[in-house]
Design a binder for this molecule. Structure first.
Ligand code: GLN
Length: 555
């Protein structure tokens, strides 16, 4: 039993030199290591932008929006957190400057600060500290909170966050707080050596605002020698054994193991005086081993709009890694720009794949190409998983090409269509605000026994996360089902169509929700797993044809 009075410890992860060093993966890896030593962890991301949440941002600005069970639209790092620690998080786990200012200004208007000038210090910083402490406050349920500060040290935007964690360090003391700084140690080709100066500058910048990191995670392409670690330690005022090498890896799930080899978990445990057991992560190590040593190979196409921006489909690409693990296969992803697909070239684009996925999306661009892709997989019996917009496209394609409903479309793209087979959800009609107003978060869904979906999940009652405004229009239910469209997943009251499948197709499942958000490395999502399985079956059947080129599993 945990001592009720044991203090919650706070680890703060900051980043320096450049962005995109993998602070999210580093924080998630620390979370995993502590959890696998028996500690209860919680992870939180602080984002410095003024948007209340990333839901209104373009994927080009932000990458994927990760939706939680409670409907919060959050940063994609929350996806890494959930996948690494295998726990579902809540809206408290992602905080933005917008939320902080929104709350403080609302309080000011209510008169809560009557008489005071409302300022960044202390009002904004107090609000930030309160929200950081809140995630540690589930009594007895949290030993360690890991809070990642978005942005790069030196940015104006993140200063209030840094000031708040500095104050927390002072309030709680060095035994209960820990500052970890992630930096870059670049390798300069012409000099043939790594350079420590950017790290020195970054730590200097942190020290100027009163934060002395106790550990450094140094991103590098080259292993760091003892001498380099000593040099970094000396200039940054950190013991050299707390200078941790964070070497580039092929697979993000290798990171926790490599951090452990560098002694990171023991250092954290000593610093924070944590009582815990030995590291037990055999399941994780097996998963990594399987990713690295697949027996089979399968090629799946993703037909989307943001194919040049892989971060827009982060959870989908990860879900395929997980599905590969369970099928002992390397899942090669072929990115196909939906705008490039037409009836003339569908074969050229999709003829060499074993499965197709159409992800979620908004707006008309690429829609016709996606509909052509669905036609191709329906007619050629290629395994298909449609997600959200990918389900809507499947319904439109079926209406147009099987039911001969000419110009059938979603009301989102064509308000004049005679066959709006996808329509605005009734409770969306009066909504004018764009932020946080879609159908968001987890909803139950009832599956039809005998369907491919039921076979995948192995149960009738499932819960999945949603993010959409439009849905299958019930007016067309009869006509479409009579023609062979199967509604295999419905909301408990039977009103909302959450899943469709096709009669006579080996594996065609299209869903109104986002299964990718619930896939975990050691627990692949059943639909991704079965799409890959169906793809492998198709590939095997094609193998008997002599024209099939021999491919190495690891190309
Ligand atoms: N644009 C569609 C809707 O709002 C699909 C959304 C999605 O794919 N996430 O319903």
């Amino acid at each position: 039993m945990k001592d009720q009075k044991a203090k919650v410890k706070y680890i703060f992860v900051t980043g320096g030199v450049v962005s995109s060093l993998g602070k999210g993966i580093a924080s998630a890896s620390i979370g995993l290591l502590l959890k696998k030593r028996g500690l209860k962890v919680n992870l939180q991301k602080l984002d410095p932008y003024i948007n209340v949440d990333p839901g209104t941002m373009n994927p080009f600005q932000h990458g994927e929006v990760f939706v939680l069970d409670d409907g919060a639209e959050t940063d994609l790092d929350l996806g890494h957190y959930e996948r690494f620690i295998d726990e579902s998080l809540t809206r408290d786990n992602n905080l933005t400057s917008g939320q902080i200012y929104d709350a403080v200004i609302a309080r000011e208007r209510r008169g809560d600060y009557l008489g005071s000038t409302v300022q960044v210090i202390p009002h904004i910083t107090n609000e930030i500290k309160e929200r950081i402490r809140k995630v540690g406050e589930r009594d007895g349920e949290v030993d360690v909170v890991i809070t990642e500060i978005g942005g790069t040290v030196g940015d104006i935007e993140s200063l209030p966050f840094l000031e708040s964690i500095r104050q927390m360090g002072l309030e709680d003391g060095p035994r209960d707080t820990l500052f970890i700084h992630l930096t870059l140690v670049p390798y300069i080709d012409s000099a043939g050596e790594v350079k420590t100066k950017p790290t020195q500058h970054s730590v200097k910048e942190l020290r100027e605002i009163g934060i002395q990191p106790s550990m450094l995670l140094c991103r590098t392409v080259q292993p760091l020698t003892k001498q380099i670690k000593e040099k970094i330690g000396l200039f940054c005022n950190v013991p050299s054994q707390a200078v941790i090498q964070a070497i580039d890896v092929g697979c993000i799930y290798e990171v926790p193991g490599l951090f452990h080899e560098e002694g990171l978990d023991s250092l954290i445990i000593d610093h924070l005086d944590l009582k815990c057991g030995e590291l037990k992560m055999d399941d994780w190590n097996q998963m990594v081993h399987r990713i690295e040593n697949p027996k089979h190979h399968v090629r799946i196409a993703i037909c989307g709009k943001y194919t040049h921006l892989k971060d827009a489909y982060k959870s989908i690409t990860e879900a395929f890694v997980h599905a590969g693990v369970e099928n002992d296969a390397r899942v090669e992803l072929k990115w196909v720009d939906a705008e490039e697909i037409s009836s003339e070239n569908a074969e050229e684009n999709l003829g060499d794949v074993d499965g197709v996925l159409i992800p979620g999306g908004f707006g008309e661009r690429g829609i016709e190409g996606k509909i052509e892709a669905v036609r191709y997989v329906r007619e050629n019996k290629i395994p298909y998983l449609g997600i959200c917009l990918g389900m809507q496209c499947a319904v439109i394609e079926f209406a147009r090409n099987v039911c001969r409903m000419e110009k059938a479309n979603s009301y989102e793209f064509d308000q004049e269509t005679p066959y709006p087979v996808i329509h605005l959800m009734p409770d969306q009609e009066k909504i004018t605000d764009m932020g946080g107003t879609m159908r968001l978060g987890a909803y139950p869904c009832i599956l039809e026994k005998g369907s491919s979906a039921y076979k995948a999940y192995g149960e009738v009652n499932v819960s999945e996360r949603h993010r959409h405004r439009y849905e299958f229009y019930n007016k067309f239910r009869d006509e479409l089902t009579k023609a062979g469209l199967k509604l295999t997943g419905l909301s408990p009251d039977g009103r909302l169509v959450e899943m469709v499948e096709l009669e006579g197709h080996p594996w065609f499942v299209a869903v109104q929700f986002h299964p990718e958000l619930k896939s975990r490395p050691t627990k692949a999502h059943p639909l991704f797993r079965d799409l890959v399985k169906a793809g492998l079956r198709l590939r095997k059947s094609k193998k008997s044809t002599p024209s099939e080129e021999k491919e190495s599993v690891k190309n």
